[in-house]
Unconditional design. Structure first.
Ligand code: UFG
Length: 325
């Protein structure tokens, strides 16, 4: 099969490309390199285009055949989304509409879409299933929900089968293949901890230790990026078998607090990591943990890499990244 991976130069997209190649698929990456990395696309066909530009997208992709598209290209910073809402709507929602336009014109009928637990907003249950109310609390989540609804509407027209995968906290790396997480600015917990541990001159702050959780810090469900990649492959295979429109949570169903993550990182690093305690970060719910039972049933998928594998791979990658700097 030959697949198009939009955002294939980014963190999760570049790990999916690895998994597709390992499964002997042909891959074309589409990216505007606004946040993705050129080194992550070496050896692959690359189309450099901004998905907001329909004319450019059309001219780059017309007459091309793909057996499906994995759609990652999106802006994904919660804080930035509030400051630049138009950028988020244009890039995420208009960009997805443009991509669907070109997909339908060229007869590509299968799409696996990178969605997020941010579509749920403040959790009303200890474990969040797909039927949890959809109430995003930031512009990023609003745009991802709009993208899901756009795909659902396009599916109802009859020419597109789609799966929306709602990730919880993607983490970890594939250091043996020289892939890992590298955002500038970095906002995520595990890379922030490990960049501090690796000697970067940057403060590490725990955002609030007065939450109503056992140790007072926020609980999240961390999922290894290679487990995510496996789920994408299974989702695409399922679409080819049975079609339809599906939304599925991807998580480990295990919750870890910020302090537990810090101590797992200290174990991987083999030394204490200096940090301070700061105020709560606005918009952080105390606990977000997936009920991923539907993904298990529909895709015969579950996570196989635990927290130790996540932080150890992320630490190996951080040491490689320091050399690339
Ligand atoms: N945290 C810190 N210090 C840091 C960074 C994070 O204490 O330097 C805390 C946060 O306050 C939060 C937890 O660590 O409690 C995890 O924070 P991340 O930024 O790593 O991840 P989020 O849970 O905020 O965000 C993730 C995805 C988003 C998605 C969201 C869905 O990265 O894309 O889940 O709710 F929108």
């Amino acid at each position: 099969m030959h697949y198009l991976v939009t955002g294939g130069a980014g963190y999760i997209g570049s790990h999916l490309v690895l998994a597709l190649v390992a499964a002997e698929h042909q891959v074309t990456v589409l990216d505007d390199f606004s946040t993705g990395h050129r080194w992550a696309t070496e050896g692959h066909e690359v189309i450099e285009v901004d998905i907001r530009d329909l004319a450019a997208l059309r001219s780059a992709l017309s007459q091309r055949h793909f057996d499906g598209v994995f759609h990652f290209a999106a802006k994904s910073l919660v804080g930035e989304s509030g400051q630049k809402p138009l950028l988020y709507y244009q890039n995420n929602v208009t960009g997805t509409a443009n991509l669907m336009e070109v997909a339908l014109e060229n007869g590509w009928g299968h799409c696996v879409f990178s969605s997020t637990a941010a579509v749920y907003g403040n959790p009303q249950a200890a474990a969040i299933a797909e039927d949890h109310p959809l109430n995003p609390v930031n512009v990023y989540g609003d745009t991802k929900l709009a993208m899901e609804r756009l795909l659902s509407a396009v599916h109802q027209q009859g020419a597109m089968h789609a799966v929306c995968l709602r990730y919880f906290n993607a983490a970890g790396a594939a250091p043996l293949a020289h892939r890992g997480e590298w955002h500038e600015p970095e906002t995520h917990l595990i890379p922030n901890i490990l960049r501090r541990a690796g000697g970067e001159d940057r403060p590490l702050t725990i955002f609030g230790d007065d939450y109503d959780t056992p140790d007072g810090t926020c609980i999240r469900d961390y999922i290894h990026v290679l487990d995510l990649a496996d789920a994408h492959l299974k989702a695409m295979a399922m679409l080819h078998r049975q079609g339809g429109f599906h939304t599925l949570n991807l998580g480990s169903e295990k919750g870890y607090s910020v302090r537990e993550i810090l101590s797992a990182c200290e174990q991987a690093v083999g030394a204490p990591i200096s940090h301070d305690i700061g105020p709560r970060r606005p918009g952080d719910p105390p606990r977000l943990v997936a009920d991923a039972s539907q993904a298990e049933q529909v895709l015969q998928w579950r996570t196989t890499r635990n927290l130790q594998a996540i932080v150890e791979s992320a630490w190996l990658w951080e040491q490689q990244r320091q050399v690339l700097l």
